[in-house]
Ligand binder design. Structure first.
Ligand SMILES: Nc1ncnc2c1ncn2[C@@H]1O[C@H](COP(=O)(O)OP(=O)(O)OP(=O)(O)O)[C@@H](O)[C@H]1O
Ligand SMILES: O=C(O)c1ccc[n+]([C@@H]2O[C@H](COP(=O)([O-])O)[C@@H](O)[C@H]2O)c1
Length: 188
């Protein structure tokens, strides 16, 4: 790549089991307010502190592609799915930092309390600019870029009790069908 044109990206990782309107709002707000050339959405194979997932990785990847097709600045990466095992963000950041100069890392405010336990946190902390999306108006500590999002929606709530209006329209039917068939045996 041409190093005279520095590229800035944001990475937004998650389980996306399933993707919902809260995720889309984070993506839209990030594109509006961050100085970035590209936003890379990275579905985890397994998020390190979670026991597993309900929908298989490839399906979550396909759903994300469908709901992000509205903006060419968004890419969905299968890097963590291909690698398998626990999806450590430092590995993903190290991969993309070989290609891009500046990396913003987007997380939801609920992840703040466990951040210091993330794999190789000090290294990760040196390499990214943190961006924190509020979920319900939380205070965000200094040193983090705040994304104002007010959609208290979660995938856990959806898996327990599906609310069709919370599912992005392009995948609504598929998601409803999938979880109506599979959620009972995968309830967390
Ligand atoms: N409604 C929301 N508002 C702001 N950030 C969110 C929202 N939902 C999820 N996020 C953030 O997006 C990232 C990916 O979320 P994830 O796929 O884990 O969804 P989730 O709804 O938090 O799922 P679960 O309930 O299974 O933990 C995480 O950093 C999470 O904090
Ligand atoms: O690297 C870690 O140790 C680590 C620990 C917990 C979560 N993460 C990442 O944080 C993102 C959101 O995770 P989750 O559990 O809220 O879906 C997802 O990309 C995970 O891989 C990463």
């Amino acid at each position: 790549m041409n190093r005279t044109h520095p590229k800035k990206i944001a990475i937004f990782g998650g389980s996306f089991d399933p993707p919902h309107l809260g995720h889309l709002e984070v993506i839209k707000k990030a594109l509006q307010s961050l100085d970035i050339d590209k936003l890379i959405v990275v579905p985890a194979y397994i998020s390190p502190f979670k026991k597993g997932h309900s929908a298989p990785p490839q399906l979550r990847f396909e759903w994300l592609k469908k709901i992000t097709a509205f903006d060419p600045r968004i890419e969905v990466s299968d890097i963590e799915i291909k690698k398998g095992g626990p999806s450590y963000t430092i590995d993903t950041v190290n991969h993309f930092s070989e290609i891009f100069d500046t990396i913003y890392l987007i997380i939801g405010a609920d992840n703040l309390e466990s951040l210091h336990r993330w794999h190789r946190f000090d290294e990760l902390n040196r390499k990214v600019k943190w961006v924190v999306a509020t979920r319900n108006g939380e205070k965000i500590p200094e040193g983090f870029i705040r994304l104002e999002v007010k959609m208290p929606i979660s995938s856990t709530k959806l898996r327990r009790n599906i609310v069709p209006e919370w599912i992005p329209e392009p995948i609504r039917e598929e998601v409803l069908q999938y979880y109506s068939k599979h959620t009972k045996e995968n309830r967390d």
